[in-house]
Design a protein around this ligand. Structure first.
Ligand SMILES: [Ca+2]
Ligand SMILES: [Ca+2]
Length: 213
């Protein structure tokens, strides 16, 4: 009696294995790249597992505004120190954002709007800003006793629409440095029931390149 065909015993021929590999390897590469992108975007220092959809959405919106934003239009709001240094006429005025200085407000024109007219870029003015809670003063104290000092919200205004991206923020920093903006956000949330008391803080960092025009 002759031996059964090798193909039946092996299950797959070499040619079939090559075809399967040719299909699977690119798929695995795509999945790997996507995973790397997400983990690179969200560098949470201590509570990575707790970064939920809300925080991801906030970072996603910041990235979208910055990614489509024009670096040449980037401004920040003047503080008393800026006025004293002669950079702006009054506190609160928008002026070109200085490099390598941590700021809590940022405004720029970005291609995030809806296309209204043919050939007209869908540009709109976008503002990202830390807005301190009405119950808090900038005094280094937790005035409203929620466990966070001088805390507030990160808000985003695009066109006429203003939305709260993240609450319980006690550190918000936008730093311009050679074509990129580094965003650092620290926020706190009450500990989940049964997991201790007080507030848990998470710090998110994100670096986005801007369009160079
Ligand atoms: Ca507080
Ligand atoms: Ca305070």
């Amino acid at each position: 009696m002759s031996a059964p065909p090798v193909r039946a015993a092996a299950g797959f021929t070499l040619v079939e294995l090559v075809i399967v590999a040719a299909v699977l390897v690119p798929l695995l590469l795509i999945v790997g790249t996507a995973t790397k992108g997400v983990s690179g975007a969200i560098a949470a220092n201590d509570r990575a597992a707790e970064v939920n959809a809300l925080e991801e959405r906030a970072l996603g919106e910041i990235a979208r505004v910055l990614h489509f934003g024009r670096i040449g239009t980037l401004c920040t709001q003047a503080t008393a120190a800026d006025v004293k240094a002669g950079r702006a006429a009054a506190v609160g005025d928008w002026f070109p954002m200085p490099a390598r200085e941590a700021r809590t407000t940022m405004q720029l024109w970005a291609l995030t709007g809806a296309q209204q007219l043919p050939l007209e870029p869908p540009e709109q003015l976008c503002t990202l800003e830390f807005v301190r809670s009405k119950k808090e003063k900038a005094n280094g104290l937790d005035d409203d006793r929620n466990g966070l000092v001088d805390d507030g919200d990160l808000r985003c205004t695009t066109g006429n629409l203003s939305t709260k991206l993240l609450g319980g923020v006690d550190l918000c920093s936008f730093l311009l440095d050679t074509g990129v903006v580094r965003v650092t956000l620290r926020y706190g949330k009450p500990c989940p029931v049964g997991q201790g008391t007080g507030v848990r803080r998470t710090t998110l960092t994100h670096t986005v390149s801007l369009r160079n025009d």
